[in-house]
Design a protein around this ligand. Structure first.
Ligand SMILES: [Zn+2]
Length: 512
């Protein structure tokens, strides 16, 4: 035998060195995978082996005050998703074509999803049953058993279309409330989604029911609104007529409230829109030209259409505000309803060198009691009462009537009033406020303030939702009426109500 020569020894050492070098490289690689990429790879493996899909909760129904009319309801719809790794390479284009044909989708967009290296991709949401059935049949015909999921979902439907649209609001593609009651009560209506998670082997095949975990969804609660379908319909009908007859280019609104409990029986905004198509503009001129309008302009027009004018728009109330001045003055004991000749209208009144006219300056009202002044809507009388009250007392009543704060009605987008600051209000500002001019309030603020006169003197938070219904037990939970406090005494309230009746029931004026 030939001894290992020097040449061979050298060769062996070289081989050993190479093996050692490879081992070092491998160790570094393992270390890198373990310490630097470990988390990422683990997630990838989990995503390949466990697929989780949401089980949507059924959104609660919205009823009108009588409980007879359904204003918003969720009907069954379907969501189609794919698990790209579970679709065979040779089937990917075929599946994409079928999805695009059935749901009228863009081929490139869908193909990208079907080829993506992810565990789940949503293809289309809120589709009707017939379309879902069509896809199901295609999958059977083409013997595709994995990778395409058809899951039950729901779609919001508003049976009365435009009715109370700005109050009810609408939902987005994930059934999330985006406006109105749908948005404000989203937590209560939406419930809690459940899930199906499924473990599969490395190539995405099911590994049996052991790997399946089903967590049921908790359905949302239903709501009963204070809105009465019949009263709302009547209010909307007459509002539309009035807006058209009077050419109100900026639309209009009506609020009807039960003063005893703050229930809003009707809240109408004109023009309304179809809740089933909230992104279709309700203006024919804009609609005809829609494709040529800039996105920012489109958004602005849609937001204006969705706007609940009764709570989001401010306006100058005018003479109806004399009720607030009269109530405050009666409560402070500086006047009474029927003191004959207590006031005298000469057609105008001078306040800090400014002459403020009565609306009937050309034929002054003459001698009046408070009742007669209210019936005549005589400006100088209420300016005089404002002066007697003074800025501080007057603002105390504005605050008590809730006119310096939002009412707190549970709807999105409530605006606040715009008054001059108390410390900046001089005699002229006080004079104009006293008969309802040069400040702005929302319709809901005025209705709430006047309701406190009508109910015996208590300020109540207006409300839109009166009760909730448990989806499982059907149990109805009444929501509490929120009383904010006494504004005026019962006695004052009765006096003002009696005068309000006279305004519509009698006509009266005398000369001084
Ligand atoms: Zn007058």
């Amino acid at each position: 035998m030939e001894p290992i020569g020097l040449k061979n020894k050298k060769k062996m050492r070289n081989i050993l060195f190479i093996v050692f070098f490879i081992l070092v490289l491998l160790t570094i690689r393992i270390g890198y995978l373990q310490f630097f990429k470990g988390k990422e790879l683990q997630t990838l493996a989990y995503e390949q082996q466990v697929q989780e899909r949401a089980v949507n909760a059924k959104r609660g129904t919205i009823y009108d005050a009588t409980g007879k009319y359904i204003l918003a309801v969720s009907s069954t719809a379907y969501t189609v998703s794919v698990n790209p790794t579970n679709i065979k390479q040779e089937d990917k284009e075929k599946v994409t074509k079928a999805l695009c044909n059935i749901f009228e989708l863009d081929y490139e967009t869908v193909l990208k999803k079907v080829k993506k290296r992810s565990s789940i991709e949503t293809i289309v949401k809120q589709i009707e049953k017939d379309k879902a059935d069509e896809l199901r049949q295609w999958l059977i015909n083409n013997n595709i058993t994995t990778g395409v999921n058809i899951d039950e979902d729901s779609k919001r439907y508003y049976p009365y279309r435009n009715l109370a649209s700005q109050v009810i609001g609408f939902c987005g593609g994930d059934n999330q409330g985006l406006d109105g009651v749908e948005a404000k009560y989203d937590d209560i209506l939406s419930g809690k989604a459940g899930s199906i998670s499924k473990a599969t082997d490395a190539v995405g095949k099911d590994i049996g029911t052991d790997g399946e975990n089903y967590e049921p969804a908790t359905d949302g609660e239903s709501l009963i609104l204070s809105i009465d379908m019949t009263i709302q319909s009547i209010a909307e009908k007459y509002l539309e007529e009035a807006c058209i007859d009077n050419k109100c280019t900026d639309g209009g609104n009506i609020v009807i409230m039960n003063p005893k409990n703050g229930n809003i029986l009707a809240m109408a905004t004109y023009p309304s829109y179809n809740l089933n198509e909230p992104y279709t503009i309700n203006n024919e001129e804009l609609l005809a030209n829609w494709d040529n309008i800039e996105q920012a302009e489109k958004t602005k027009s849609l937001q204006a259409m969705w706007r609940n004018k009764a709570i989001s728009d401010t306006y100058e109330p005018g003479s109806v505000f004399k009720l607030i001045t009269a109530s405050s003055a009666l409560e402070e004991g500086i006047t009474d309803t029927d003191n004959e000749g207590e006031f005298c209208c000469t057609g105008s009144i001078t306040v800090a060198n400014a002459r403020i006219k009565c609306w009937r300056y050309y034929r002054p009202h003459g001698s009046e009691s408070l009742r007669q002044a209210l019936m005549n809507s005589c400006n100088p009388v209420f300016i005089g009462l404002g002066q007697k009250l003074g800025v501080d007392t007057y603002f105390k009543y504005l605050n008590k009537f809730g006119l310096l704060n939002k009412t707190g009605v549970k709807l999105p987008g409530e605006a606040n009033s715009i008054f001059i600051k108390q410390e900046k209000a001089g005699p002229v500002e006080l004079a104009t406020i006293s008969f309802g001019q040069r400040f702005e309030i929302t319709p809901i603020q005025l209705v709430t303030a006047v309701s406190s006169i009508a109910n015996g003197g208590t300020l109540i938070t207006p409300r839109i939702v009166t009760s909730t219904i448990n989806p499982t037990t059907g149990e109805v939970t009444e929501l509490p009426v929120e009383k904010k406090g006494e504004v005026i005494s019962k006695e004052t309230s009765e006096k003002v109500l009696s005068m309000m009746e006279s305004v519509v029931a009698e006509r009266n004026w005398k000369k001084c």
